[in-house]
Ligand binder design. Structure first.
Ligand code: PLP
Length: 450
């Protein structure tokens, strides 16, 4: 079998009978799965050679596209040949020192103290442990519209329905609402929304007891729960509240980090806010190998100079994964990927604007950097095809099938779909993807109830 090239159907059959899918029931997930045989730039190809433009960077992580930069290949190969694995508790490597210097340079303020993990969930798990040990407090606040990972701690932080299957979850996490509730508004303008949501946060802290709270976790720009950018003053206000109570501010940059929002880190969309702890993964190395990281400031790092961090794993600081990040970040800087994100932002917004003007099913969109979402509606009252965590709607299934049939891959969730291409995309490719979306939405418009 290993020598014979498998057909697309043979692969799908084995996947269905011999593997289990993450999150989704294996039966339907394996029936609708695409096969990736080869990746190139912003595209990938299935086993039959059919081409797809990747409009979600897989899981918002293949930020440098599907062609592995030579910098990554060289760094990984050199590391494999020199020191392929080192026990993280006792043995260190040059690549660990070099990557840490580079990350410390990219992170603002005194955030230059790094701990390396195997992914985003583990980074948040580590940050929870650190915050509890540092403060000696148990409770952690996180928001309902959030996703922080699938391990017990990080799924307990998560506010969206992916948490439910893990419940009863880990104790001590208290959820609160962000500035974007589903059924009402905190105010009519940004200033009012910020003021009211922070007033509400203060009240939650009063009920829970500020001195019991170790940390507040947030995605600075919410990802899978809707590409929601914090209103002006919100992150600054949260920083101040944290300082008043000795609470650590933890920014989950797993999806935002490394340019997705048009800034190196999502929290940099604020007026100089520096969190106490930052968690990262995905874009750190374009997801070529499993890697995450936690960065913390001097005061937190000083505590762990004297006290054990109480967490670790075989694959922490794996030298080959660290090398992949070192190569990926060299590529990122040399090719000015962040400048490309900012150049492409206006093209993305232009394309989204055109969709909104043309298609009655497009209720609206939100976008910054190369981070975008389109909200769909089934009628002029603005009702969604699928409510929050509601039952599937055939029109959304048909839209996904249309995207795929016409060679576009992206993530659809409830009544929305995402536009998060690799950060190296150019204008021609972006417009090519939107032409496919335009065509598919023309079909969706037939479901619009007049
Ligand atoms: N945090 C955020 C904001 C994420 O978007 C994700 C994954 O999508 C995670 C954490 C979990 O990362 P991982 O899937 O690498 O465990």
């Amino acid at each position: 079998i290993a020598e014979k090239k498998m057909s697309q159907q043979e692969i799908l059959d084995v996947i269905k009978s011999d593997t289990l899918f993450s999150w989704n029931a294996t039966g339907p997930a394996s029936s609708s799965a695409l096969v990736m045989a080869k990746g190139e730039g912003v595209y990938f190809y299935d086993q039959n050679g059919k081409k797809f433009i990747d409009f979600n960077s897989q899981a918002m992580c293949s930020n440098l596209g599907h062609t592995v930069p030579q910098e990554v290949i060289t760094a990984v190969n050199d590391q494999l040949k020199s020191a392929a694995y080192a026990y993280p508790c006792a043995i260190v490597t040059e690549i660990k020192a070099k990557l840490s210097l580079l990350l410390a340079d990219l992170l603002p303020g005194d955030l230059g103290h790094l701990f390396y993990t195997s992914g985003g969930a583990e980074s948040n798990e580590t940050a929870m442990r650190m915050a509890r040990l540092y403060t000696g407090r148990h409770k952690i606040l996180a928001r309902y519209r959030s996703y922080h990972g699938a391990t017990l701690g990080s799924i307990s932080l998560t506010g969206d329905p992916r948490r439910w299957a893990a419940e009863p979850a880990a104790s001590g996490v208290v959820h609160f609402m962000d500035p974007f509730p589903l059924s009402f508004k905190w105010g009519e303008n940004e200033e009012e929304v910020t003021k009211k949501s922070l007033q509400y946060l203060r009240e939650v802290i009063a009920y829970e007891g500020g001195k019991n709270i170790a940390a507040i976790f947030i995605e600075p720009v919410t990802g899978t729960n809707g590409i929601l950018k914090a209103p002006r003053g919100y992150l600054e206000g949260m920083r101040q509240i944290c300082d008043e109570h000795g609470i650590l501010m933890v920014c989950d940059e797993v999806m935002n980090g490394f340019g997705r929002t048009g800034e190196m880190f999502g929290f940099m969309n604020s007026d100089g806010v520096v969190p106490d702890i930052v968690t990262m993964a995905k874009g750190i190395n374009g997801a070529y190998l499993p890697l995450g990281a936690v960065a913390c400031r001097d005061h937190v790092a000083n505590f762990f100079q004297k006290n054990p961090i109480g967490i670790g794993s075989t694959y922490n600081s794996h030298p080959v994964t660290l090398a992949s990040a070192y190569g990926a970040l060299q590529y990122f800087l040399k090719n000015r990927v962040l400048d490309n994100v900012n150049k492409m932002e206006s093209v993305l917004i232009d394309c989204l604007e055109q969709l909104k003007a043309k298609h009655p099913t497009v209720k609206g969109y939100r976008a910054l950097g190369l981070f975008g979402i389109v909200e769909l509606q089934k009628n002029a009252k603005g009702e969604p095809f699928v409510e929050y965590n509601g039952p599937a709607h055939p029109a959304m299934g048909a839209l996904k099938a249309d995207f795929n049939a016409n060679g576009l891959y992206t993530l659809l969730r409830w009544s929305s779909f995402f536009t998060n291409p690799p950060l190296i995309i150019n204008e021609k490719e972006l417009r090519e993807g939107f032409a496919i979306i335009d065509k598919a939405l023309t079909n969706l418009d037939k479901h619009f109830e007049k």
